[in-house]
Design a binder for this molecule. Structure first.
Ligand code: NAD
Length: 470
């Protein structure tokens, strides 16, 4: 192969891989996406995306129709087709452990290697513990056809669900972890368009590239948990975390983004990535170096409990038998991803406590109903709110942000709302007669204020809670 490949393989066609495959087709390459899930492959080959990501369905449909993009479960076919092979398989948390499960990456390498050609390059995009690329290069070399040489590059992915197409076509930075000049030239060709449009290109060694991704996620998680720790303090001191965030966010060194206090982070990346990062540091003999991430995790999961406490308080101490409208199930808006979703977690915990939970999400209701039957799922906002005794906003979808508090007040039985994302106009809701509570903001007075749980000592705030492992 010269350095201008035209055919690309993407291994793993989930949130990352399906988006990457469609965007590579959009950039003008012929693309095959490979997955082990035949149902996913059939859906994608029909030109449909089996999850919700704005703009992606249209992109996949268009390129499948033109023949530039297709999908297969056949590793040999995919390996022979592509010249550049991106790996985007999952790296979930191992059950009962903090570390990442690397078996999918290993299987992807093992299945592809015997069918690769001399001069192909393999490009890891999955989020992996530092040192993985070097290990995978050995694994690859041991399985290649005789005489073939294939370089393995690490090129971490930074896309945000909800903006995945835009982030893939116009990433803020492209990080290439390799010292192989030919691989760099090939990937500069692959990413020529985003680079020409201003995406920064950073070339480094493989281990630094791997660390860039986990460090970025650890930093983002820390920023969110920092403001949520401030929310705990604000609750104890009767202060307002939203005003606090606005004020400290004006300092350019701090910045306002990712400083929204609420029910915390979730999804298929941040929670498992900070746990895996900590585990990897431990393996490297640096047990203490990232021990702060345990606190970051604890602060994050405590916010879920805080919402449940507030819900109990709002309903006079017990949620059992009470009608609770849960607005939002996905871990963030503009996504139907339910992985480690704080919203779903809160909904299920309330259900376990006997609440009559009526849950609605603009995109994730169907998926939640399949994966977690038992809750009373509603398929419209009004259906969820009708006759509710308490409304919880758990995901900041625009549909919820734009709700009319007066109209909603006519539907609900009791005008009590907990805005667990601090995304509503608190004054408008209060003026419309709602008893409004945000997180980290002055808490409202419910009928029985003794039930309000306000952490009152620093020891309680930093208490040695068990880390929730998922
Ligand atoms: N989702 C995101 O926003 C995002 C962003 C950046 C990085 N990442 C990272 O990308 C990786 C993938 O994440 P995701 O969210 O797309 O996960 P996902 O679970 O949606 O997709 C993974 C896909 O890989 C497939 N797969 C597993 N083993 C395979 C194999 N041997 N061969 C072919 N396919 C295989 C699965 O069937 C699945 O479709 C993870 O490491 C994640 O941390 C994800």
């Amino acid at each position: 192969m010269n350095i201008t490949p035209t055919r690309i393989t993407v291994i793993g066609t989930g949130y990352l891989g399906a988006t990457h495959a469609a965007c590579m087709a959009e950039l003008g390459f012929e693309v095959i996406g490979l997955d082990i899930d035949p149902v996913k492959i059939a859906t994608l080959n029909a030109g449909t995306v089996p999850f919700y990501e704005p703009g992606l369905n249209e992109l996949v449909g268009r390129h499948v129709e033109s023949g530039q993009l297709r999908f297969t479960t056949d590793s040999a076919e995919a390996a022979r087709f592509g010249q550049v092979h991106f790996i985007g398989v999952g790296t979930p948390q191992q059950p009962g452990r903090l570390a990442a499960d690397m078996s999918y990456v290993e299987a992807a390498i093992d299945n592809m290697a015997p069918h690769l050609s001399d001069g192909d390059i393999v490009v890891g995009k999955s989020t992996v513990p530092v040192g993985t690329a070097a290990r995978m290069q050995h694994r690859l070399n041991a399985r290649l056809p005789a005489g073939a040489r294939v370089d393995l590059v690490w090129n971490p992915e930074f896309l945000r669900e909800g903006f995945a197409v835009e982030d893939t076509l116009r990433p803020d930075r492209i990080v290439l972890g390799t010292s192989n000049q030919r691989s760099i030239a090939i990937l500069k060709h692959v990413y020529a368009q985003p680079i020409a449009q201003g995406s920064a290109l950073l070339v480094t060694d493989r281990q630094t590239a791997e660390l860039v991704k986990t460090a970025a996620n650890a930093f983002l998680a820390t920023k969110i948990s920092f403001i949520n720790a401030m929310a705990e303090l604000c609750e104890a001191a009767d202060a307002d975390v939203a005003d606090l965030a606005d004020a400290i966010g004006h300092d350019a060194r701090i910045g306002r983004r990712f400083l929204n206090a609420g029910v915390g982070f979730g999804g298929g990346c941040l929670p498992k990535d900070i746990r895996a990062f900590r585990a990897r540091a431990g393996e490297l003999g640096l047990e203490d170096t990232l021990s702060f991430l345990t606190d970051i995790d604890r602060i994050n999961t405590r916010r879920r409990q805080r919402v449940i406490d507030l819900a109990e308080q709002a309903l006079g101490g017990r949620v059992s038998g009470r009608r609770v409208a849960v607005l939002g199930l996905a871990f963030k808006p503009d996504s139907d991803d339910l992985r480690d979703s704080p919203a779903l977690d809160v909904a299920r915990q309330l259900h376990r406590r006997g609440a009559d939970v009526r849950a609605y999400d603009p995109m994730a209701t169907e998926m939640a109903a399949i994966r977690h039957p038992g809750l009373d799922y509603r398929y419209s906002l009004t259906d969820a709110i009708r006759a509710a005794e308490l409304v919880l906003v758990l995901t900041e979808w625009n549909e919820f942000v734009r709700m009319d508090p007066v109209a909603m007040g006519e539907l609900a039985d009791q005008a009590i709302i907990i805005d667990a994302r601090n995304c509503l106009d608190a004054d408008a809701w209060k003026q419309a007669g709602w008893n409004y509570a945000g997180l980290g903001r002055q808490h409202p007075v419910y009928e029985d204020p003794q039930l309000v749980h306000v952490p009152d000592t620093i020891a309680e705030l930093t208490g040695d809670l068990e880390l929730v492992e998922k």
